[in-house]
Design a protein around this ligand. Structure first.
Ligand code: FAD
Length: 426
């Protein structure tokens, strides 16, 4: 008889809630990861995120070898994989950490039923966030849709419920002894990408509130892909942020804010949070979209951002705001197009944050930028990259004379406001 710990987006051995409880099971624990074909089949073969997952799993596997254990890696449709595991092993208990995305909730529901039929007990834990689901709500029990009161309540609860550590280090002897073979990336059907996830850094965040908006400063943490795949514990990061910088902590609360918005309002994945905005007549010009994707709009701040994204899988937050606003407002292309492009390219792509921030930029989201605020990309450049250090890094030809903007700012601004107005107040 065995228990399973199913790794998903919590790829670490330390301070992992589900794993902590799994290792206290009365049965030896098989650590499992499933490469889910439902997700993998839509990705290009050199997807850098799959490479990162594979590399991380390989490190976990090495650490497990020291304890005489190993990771069991499977590839396939999740339900079929579980079906065959139940035939192969006498599975008593299955432990995993919760995932709040609509696809994951549906998938986990099906697996739960399958396990129940087999008389295996499943246990799901909160690990990905400090506060989940209905833990932070208004007095009437409804979810918050405005950030500041959500944040205040979050902080109030945080002060009342000190964070604890889930120290797994003394429990490793309860891993199932095994030497499962570890597949290469090629055996999973992928090849290595030239794009890599950067390690995160917690240095230099003391002045975060002053430096974080300047893309040339390199003054943010690069935590996002690590939080996405769980290679760090969010609880540890929150404790660190609380001691270091209130604005940095606030950003981690934004992450949880958008996660609970997605949980309570799953329609936001494809639809406007504010349905009053459904009537906007987007231009959705494909040629314009292509120029935006390639970083050839003629606006240096926009183009530098898109090139950084295309070349590295990352873009600085200030620049993400500028390029997103430009797409929705200057080009009048619906946010879903930009969201999908980011989803394909970003190493830190996270459904809740991506949709939440895109809808924020488009003005269609909860607590979003007002429809009449149209960022001027040249003023943003003057304010946040005055010396042009960031743009020169991504646009080497800049000094040779940069091309004409694809749309005139004043015209585009008036057109955006008029189009939004006509759509909202019909
Ligand atoms: P830091 O400034 O060091 O922030 C620390 C952490 O706080 C981040 O890692 C992230 O987990 C969280 N955080 C910071 N800003 C936000 C925010 N606005 N919303 C939610 N969480 C935040 N972030 C993603 O993780 N995945 C996405 O797919 C994503 N898409 C975005 C799309 C658009 C249009 C915009 C404007 C922002 C998007 N963001 C997304 C938010 C933000 O840009 C990134 O989290 C940040 O740039 C990551 O770099 P960092 O870790 O160095 O950030």
């Amino acid at each position: 008889a065995v228990s399973f710990f199913w790794f998903r987006r919590d790829l670490r051995l330390e301070d992992n809630v589900g794993l902590f409880y799994a290792l206290q099971s009365e049965f030896p624990v098989i650590p499992l990861f499933i490469f889910d074909e439902a997700i993998l089949n839509s990705l290009p073969k050199d997807d850098a995120r799959v490479g990162f997952i594979h590399e991380t799993l390989s490190k976990i596997n090495e650490a497990l070898h020291l304890t005489g254990s190993s990771l069991l890696i499977k590839k396939g449709k999740t339900q079929e994989v579980w079906q065959s595991l139940l035939e192969e092993f006498d599975v008593k208990e299955v432990f995993f950490n919760k995932d709040y995305e609509p696809y994951a909730i549906q998938r986990d529901g099906l697996i739960y039923e399958l396990l129940e039929k087999n008389n295996s007990i499943s246990f799901a834990f909160k690990d990905q966030v400090v506060f989940e689901e209905r833990e932070i709500t208004k007095a009437d029990g409804l979810p918050y849709t405005v950030f500041t009161p959500y944040k205040n309540k979050w902080l109030e609860q945080f002060r009342k419920n000190p964070i604890r550590e889930y120290d797994t280090s003394g429990l490793f002897s309860n891993f199932y002894k095994s030497n499962f073979s570890f597949p290469s990336l090629e055996q999973i059907g992928f090849v290595e990408s030239s794009i890599k996830v950067k390690p995160y850094t917690l240095e230099g965040l003391a002045n975060y509130q002053e430096t974080r908006d300047f893309p040339a400063e390199d003054a943010t943490s690069y935590l996002s892909p690590h939080l996405r795949f769980g290679t760090v514990s969010v609880r540890k990061m929150v404790v660190f942020a609380d001691k270091t910088n209130a604005v940095f902590l606030s950003e981690l609360i934004w992450r949880e804010f958008f996660m609970q918005i997605l949980y309570h309002f799953p329609k936001v994945v494809t639809q406007n949070f504010r349905s009053a905005y459904d009537g906007i007549q987007w231009r959705n010009n494909e040629e314009d979209f292509k120029r935006w994707c390639e970083g050839k709009t003629g606006y240096p701040m926009v183009d530098a951002g898109m090139r950084q994204l295309n070349q590295t899988g990352y873009m600085h937050n200030r620049v993400r705001m500028v390029v997103a606003s430009f797409l929705c407002k200057h080009l009048l292309i619906q946010w879903q197009w930009g969201e999908a492009y980011f989803a394909e390219k970003l190493l830190d792509y996270e459904l809740s944050a991506n949709v939440g921030n895109w809808q924020w930029a488009a003005g269609t989201g909860c607590d979003a930028a007002p429809y009449f605020r149209v960022f001027n990309p040249d003023i943003q450049l003057k304010k946040f990259d005055e010396k042009g250090i960031y743009i020169r890094k991504w646009i080497p030809e800049f000094d040779l004379g940069y091309g004409q903007p694809m749309v005139n700012h004043a015209m585009a601004r008036d057109r955006a406001i008029a189009t939004y107005k006509a759509g909202i107040f019909k």
